[in-house]
Design a protein around this ligand. Structure first.
Ligand SMILES: Cc1ncc(COP(=O)(O)O)c(C=O)c1O
Length: 381
């Protein structure tokens, strides 16, 4: 399509937009009595209008039923989270039993590392990307520190960052694969952000997962910037585990619950350690208050506490909207408006003599809806 930088052209694109009505399903902050143009859904998504209805429903059930709401609310609280399994599974390309919602992202990644980062004196290294989100960096450091105390490996040698080449902004797939092969038998875990939070680069999850596993490592993904943004096929790509927050592209509200994926091939592995709590215990026997932990089959077996229903309510409102629209239509629109924005930014850049640079990959297959702009010169970045 040949773009034009005019209001009429932008409005004509809106006119052809098959999912334009969903814009009205969100509340936009106002500036000068007009909706702002919101570019920060990669940090915090807008509030869906339906979120309040879902939250009010829980508030009303709590008022009218009190503790009975666990079992007699319209959407009973004791299995409220199960409503996410099918629609969330579709968003990330997983079987319903492979996804669950619980806790928050860094907490979940720590819990998943309990199960999936099991270093030995020989195989203890973690590959992650350079400039990983700081919370992930602190997580790696503290996990390595924790294990190195009992295993006697050098913690300064354990975290391997994938580097960009000099003068380049994105990490090349060939360099990722070469590093995985180089670390080889010492590699315990590959854990990378599926979409880099800073550059917006999508990593080739399928190829990297296969390469890590070929070396005998576990491969997991931080999908904070990927879930609800890019096409994911976590089951088919044989990903071991993944987790994401819901407050960015999934518009669930500030600091809200996280989603987890655990591949079904791990569900029956009794050798996998996990930190347990009563909400991961056999559903039929949970209220018998018995002693020995018997995990629910599937990702729900990694749950620990009973769930914060008031938080899950707006997340569910948003997930139901995703389910109605479907990722394919979201991705088609994402590609169009991101390319259009790129075109306009490039026009502006010509007027300011190339004073800035879009560092996100140009290739649509390697990016979602984020464009990161690097400003040159004093005070840039
Ligand atoms: C890539 C990535 N990982 C981890 C986090 C941390 O998320 P949380 O504070 O929900 O644990 C974020 C938050 O923005 C993120 O973008």
């Amino acid at each position: 399509m040949i773009f034009q930088n005019t209001l009429e052209f932008a409005q004509s694109l809106d006119g052809q937009d098959a999912i334009s009505k969903y814009r009205n399903e969100f509340i936009f902050p106002q500036h000068d009595k007009k909706d702002v143009i919101y570019f920060t859904g990669n940090s915090l998504g807008l509030q869906p209008k339906s979120a309040k209805k879902y939250v009010d429903e829980v508030m009303d059930d709590w008022a009218n039923l009190a503790v009975e709401g666990h079992f007699y609310a319209d959407k009973p609280w004791w299995d409220y989270h199960e409503r996410f399994a099918t629609p969330l599974g579709k968003i990330v390309g997983a079987l319903p039993t492979e996804v669950t919602v619980m806790n928050t992202l860094t907490v979940n990644l720590h819990l998943l590392m309990v199960s999936f980062y099991r270093p030995t004196k020989k195989r203890f290294k973690i590959i992650c990307e350079e400039k990983a989100f700081p919370s992930d960096q602190y997580m790696f450091q503290s996990q390595v520190d924790f294990h190195s105390r009992s295993l006697d490996f050098d913690k300064n040698d354990a975290i391997i960052e994938l580097k960009r080449r000099e003068g380049e902004h994105n990490i090349r797939l060939e360099d990722v694969l070469a590093k995985i092969n180089e670390v080889g038998e010492e590699l315990a875990l590959v854990l990378i952000g599926g979409v880099n939070y800073y550059t917006g680069q999508i990593f080739d999850i399928k190829t990297i997962t296969a390469a890590g596993q070929k070396q005998g490592a576990i491969v997991g993904w931080d999908l904070a910037h990927a879930a609800g943004n890019v096409k994911l096929e976590l089951h088919a790509w044989n990903v071991d585990f993944a987790s994401w927050c819901s407050y960015k592209y999934m518009n669930s509200g500030p600091g809200n619950a996280s989603g987890c994926f655990i591949h079904e091939k791990h569900h029956n592995d009794a050798q996998l350690p996990r930190f347990a709590g009563w909400w991961g215990h056999n559903k039929e026997r949970r209220f018998k208050m018995e002693q020995n932990f018997d995990p629910v089959h599937g990702a729900d077996g990694w749950q620990i506490s009973n769930l914060p229903i008031l938080s899950l309510a707006p997340y569910l409102a948003s997930v139901m909207m995703f389910d109605e629209v479907g990722m394919d239509k979201i991705i088609a629109k994402r590609n169009l408006i991101t390319s259009y924005l790129e075109f306009i930014l490039n026009e502006i850049n010509r007027e300011v003599n190339g004073n800035f640079e879009i560092i996100t990959p140009k290739n649509q297959a390697e990016r979602g809806c984020q464009l990161s702009v690097f400003f040159h010169g004093e005070g840039g970045n």
